[in-house]
Design a protein around this ligand. Structure first.
Ligand SMILES: NC(=O)c1ccc[n+]([C@@H]2O[C@H](COP(=O)([O-])OP(=O)(O)OC[C@H]3O[C@@H](n4cnc5c(N)ncnc54)[C@H](O)[C@@H]3O)[C@@H](O)[C@H]2O)c1
Length: 437
């Protein structure tokens, strides 16, 4: 792909709003500069020039994932050229893995769609990264890949569902679709599920409602990892929540976040890098804030959103508790410390997670919701930035940008460790290995 083709490709991809487009073009210009630097590197003969420019090229590779960059890099460092995986191939691989552990085709597809969407959106912690854990749970029957959810109790606007220990995406899609149906009939659908499993990105279910012109809300409880403010023990999970509201022309607001200060994966990354943790992420065994990534990881006590009591961490603690009340407590599922621990090896007991799915028809209220949302969004995005190179974003913008960047270059760049896990999985399950572009 030439630089000009890449430019027009990114321009087309970034057509959702002017701010994103500007940002993409700015990024592209930077990539083109780096690309030219890479070309100059081929001609350069001095070690000093090569070293400096190679660093710039590595930045290009990391940011752009582009075939043009890969070609430019290939002669100088072919062994480290990034491998791209097409979204469809990533989905195929995940489906094959699920089929290999006897998950029915429709359920395998539902789960793979959810995971590949997380990678596409840049939330690698909740995409392919989780595949091995799901497969291990399925292989030891702590999740029932064939289970179909059932309604236990129902009113025109509510339903109580038993997920029957089925896959998270199967239970979640079923519940959100039921909530959507009810919202279309009576204005609001509120569906609570017990007996569910890890359901990935909370935002996936909000998107399902937004696609129907509805406001979508989703929450789940998770295995204990967050210490309540003033405690030295984990008693709540990372308990994510998502709220999505559609605007015109496909624009939206999509807040999708854990209620801990950071996801546990971010602690793991600091640990791998040998870097310290910022204040407010994790505690040591005595309950003090720690900057030691190794200790923070082994202790398993994340701090709530907001950090310590002094910096209002009790608000994140309150939000995490709210999620558990509306999911675990209300659905009759496990909650708080009742929820099992979960590791990459899987778990030998059912998770029995609680989840809630809410769909609301905005037409029940003031007219022109989507137009008003677009106006709302543009007011926030156009507010004066503190740094002119970083325009103000809205929840969901970073993920949209990531999808556009993946689409522009044609594939997802997974971490080398992830690719090793995939190769091992393919061998273990005797399926076709993951293919690269
Ligand atoms: N199922 C589970 O057990 C579980 C548990 C925890 C997290 N998750 C998922 O993990 C994913 C990542 O969660 P996270 O908390 O690490 O997300 P995050 O911190 O990356 O982002 C949280 C939210 O902030 C928004 N955001 C980011 N930067 C912004 C900016 N500069 N301006 C405005 N908004 C901005 C994002 O668009 C997103 O909506 C989510 O999809 C979440 O649902 C799932």
């Amino acid at each position: 792909m030439t630089s000009m083709t890449l430019l027009s490709c990114l321009r087309r991809a970034a057509n959702t709003n002017a701010t994103l487009q500007w940002r993409f073009i700015h990024t592209l210009q930077r990539r083109q500069q780096l690309h030219q630097q890479c070309r100059r590197m081929h001609a350069a003969t001095t070690a000093a020039t090569a070293t400096t420019t190679r660093d710039s090229c590595n930045e290009t590779k990391f940011n752009a994932n582009g075939s043009e960059q890969r070609r430019a890099m290939s002669s100088s460092s072919s062994s480290s050229a990034p491998k791209l995986v097409a979204v469809a191939e990533s989905r195929r691989f995940m489906i094959d893995c699920f089929l290999a552990v006897k998950v029915p085709q429709a359920h395998a597809e539902a789960q793979a769609d959810l995971l590949v969407a997380a990678d596409h959106r840049g939330h690698f912690s909740h995409g392919m990264n989780r595949l091995e854990m799901y497969i291990n749970d399925l292989a030891i029957n702590s999740t029932d890949g064939g289970a179909e959810p059932v309604v236990l109790k129902e009113t025109p606007s509510t339903a109580w569902v038993d997920g029957r220990n089925g896959l998270g995406a199967v239970v979640g899609n079923y519940c959100m679709d039921l909530a959507i149906k009810k919202a279309k009939q009576v204005g609001v659908g509120w569906v609570c599920a017990k007996g569910s499993n890890h359901y990935g990105m909370a935002g996936w279910y909000s998107i399902r409602a937004m696609d129907q012109g509805l406001v979508g809300i989703s929450m789940t409880n998770t295995s204990p990892l967050m210490a309540p403010t003033r405690s030295k023990e984990a008693a709540l999970g990372t308990n994510p929540l998502a709220v999505g509201a559609p605007a015109t022309n496909g624009d939206k607001f999509l807040l999708d976040m854990a209620t801990t200060a950071v996801a546990v994966g971010k602690i793991e990354i600091q640990r791998r890098k040998g870097a310290p943790l910022p204040d407010g992420w994790a505690q040591d065994p005595s309950g003090n804030v720690t900057n030691d990534a190794e200790l923070g990881f082994s202790t398993g006590c994340l701090m709530p959103l907001g950090g310590s009591e002094l910096t209002s961490g009790y608000k994140g603690y309150g939000l995490g508790a709210m999620v558990d009340i509306l999911t675990g407590v209300m659905s009759g599922a496990h909650y708080s410390t009742q929820v099992r621990k979960w590791t990459h090896a899987g778990a030998n007991s059912a998770a029995d997670l609680g989840q809630v799915f809410i769909a609301v028809d905005p037409n029940c209220f003031a007219p022109n919701f989507e137009e008003r949302m677009s106006d709302f969004n543009s007011r926030l995005r156009s507010s004066a930035p503190t740094d002119s190179s970083k325009p103000v974003l809205l929840a969901g913008d970073k993920e949209s940008q990531n999808m556009q960047a993946v689409n522009a270059v044609g594939g997802i760049q997974y971490l080398e460790n992830q690719l090793k896990t995939c190769a091992a999985l393919a061998e273990k399950l005797k399926i076709k290995p993951l293919g690269f572009l």
